[in-house]
Design a protein around this ligand. Sequence first.
Ligand code: SAH
Length: 225
Amino acid sequence: MRIDIISVVPELLESPLGHSIVGRAIKKGIVEIHVHNLREFGKGPRLQVDDYSYGGDAGMVLMVEPVYRMIERLKSERDYDEVIYMSPDGEIFNQGVANELSLKENIIILCGHYKGIDHRIREHLVTREISVGDYVLSGGEIPAAMVADAIVRLLPGAITDETSALSDCFQDGMLSAPVYTRPAEFNGWKVPDVLLSGNPKLIREWQDEQAIDRTRRLRPGLLED
Ligand code: SAH
């Protein structure tokens, strides 16, 4: 899989994509992630990429031409399954969307900044708009890193024990059971006996009960879905 991310502050993406599971997946060749600086197509000597908003609202808007030229350049090199714009008014990102996107070959993720991007890009080039929640961030970079991370951990080989991604929250529409590690007792706080029993059947039953109970208490809406 290949993910191309377009940004005016590419530095914001370096650390989230450079380490841990995503960083290792890139090194192993499981995914290619390319971050492109929109300024490459900036206008004039100052490589301008933003301008005042028509109508006089406060805040700068990313200009149509640099974004258009960047997307067209990428599209001239390969076919893309989706051109995604990160936006607070997009569809809410969840595990189902991550699963779906993890099956794509090539995607572009466009990060807005300041007041957003010229709407003509959204009308004519963007195929999908995704929000990470009902709140406004300064730019689309952190949301893009979230989306990329959620996708990459699903790619075969990204997580050493693949079943581990499958037992995560939301994969089967439920929250996951609590997890513990050694020591079995700390400060008088004990790990549930069943987990020390060595009986896989009992452990599985306990995990299932916990998952149902936690989902019912904490996220009842998931059971209705
Ligand atoms: N004026 C815009 C917000 C701009 S925030 C509005 O009211 O909708 C600047 C950029 O940050 C956006 O263009 C978008 O790319 C990104 N962004 C902010 N919040 C986001 C969210 N919840 N999900 C996804 N992207 C977001």
